[in-house]
Design a binder for this molecule. Structure first.
Ligand code: MG
Length: 158
């Protein structure tokens, strides 16, 4: 068994869609980034790459590559999971936390978990997404950005 950890932050700005866990969420601001800026999927992808000692998503999908501009992070997660399996691992479970003051995310979490399950090829009961505020404190609390944390467990296939 091997464990992995991921963390990511994206700034909230005007004129962008808010995509979290592959779900388009109604909000007056969206996350800024080269891809769709899905901060949750970036944290999860980094956790998986970390567990397999495969670096990070910046290494695999560089910002400098125009091929990744606006790309769905579900596609990036799918590619990451293919790389994990190609190295002889299977994914045991993924847990994650979105840190956002607003909007309320609870209604969208089941769809996020389903999207992650499909993209990662992992049963839905092995995927968990949580959401929290920081009680108005710090850059997430002030609504300047959304952050996400993720951990995962992977196992070597025999
Ligand atoms: Mg990111």
């Amino acid at each position: 068994m091997r464990t992995g950890h991921g963390f990511d932050v994206h700034r909230l700005v005007d004129g962008r869609d808010l995509i979290l866990g592959g779900v388009s969420i109604p909000y007056h601001l969206g996350l800024l980034g080269h891809s769709d800026a899905d901060v949750l999927l970036h944290a999860i992808s980094d956790a998986l790459l970390g567990a397999a000692s495969l670096g990070d998503i910046g290494l695999h999908f560089p910002d400098s590559d125009p091929g990744f501009k606006g790309v769905s992070s579900l596609k990036l997660l799918n590619t990451v999971c293919d790389k994990i399996r190609a190295k002889g691992f299977s994914i045991v479970n993924i847990d994650s936390t979105i840190v956002a003051q607003a909007p309320k995310l609870r209604p969208y979490i089941p769809e996020m978990e389903k999207n992650i399950s499909v993209a990662a090829g992992v049963p839905a009961d092995r995927i968990n997404v949580k959401a929290t505020t920081t009680e108005g404190l710090g850059f997430t609390g002030e609504g300047l950005a959304i952050a996400a944390h993720a951990v995962c467990l992977i196992s070597e296939r025999y």
